[in-house]
Design a protein around this ligand. Sequence first.
Ligand SMILES: [Zn+2]
Length: 175
Amino acid sequence: MGGNSPCASCKLLRRRCAKECIFAPYFPADDPYKFAIVHKVFGASNVSKMLQEIPVHQRADAVSSLVYEANARARDPVYGCVGAISYLQDQVSQLQMQLAAAQAEILCVQMQQQDKQQEALATSDYQLLLDDAEIEKSLFLQNNLPQLLNFTSSNSSVIYDSFKKESLYGHDMVS
Ligand SMILES: [Zn+2]
């Protein structure tokens, strides 16, 4: 800035770089393209006016924003950085949709697993019930089988006895 080496802006505009040159802090001589693109898109006088209107501590950010916008406008003359913003917004919404779909799929798999677990639990409960019923049945048989057998045998013995009696009677009658 100042002296013999003019800033990139003053070099391009072929003017003497004054000590208080507004461009000098932001457009160094070793990066001529930075000013060239901003000058091409916005015009040097507009850039100068914009920089004068904003506080000194915000000028560096303003310059990088202007450079970014100028580059975007050079790449996409119609939409500029709006094109980049809408492209990124599209990507964000596509990724959000993919994320929602993946989350729904995870939920689905989790619910299927829960169903399987409940099914397994229900089956084992049923098995336990069956086992209980089996144990009760065997206990019932253990406790009552002798009676049942006695009943059956006594019943059959009654039949046998009556048959014997009949045969006895028959025998008696025959004899
Ligand atoms: Zn200058």
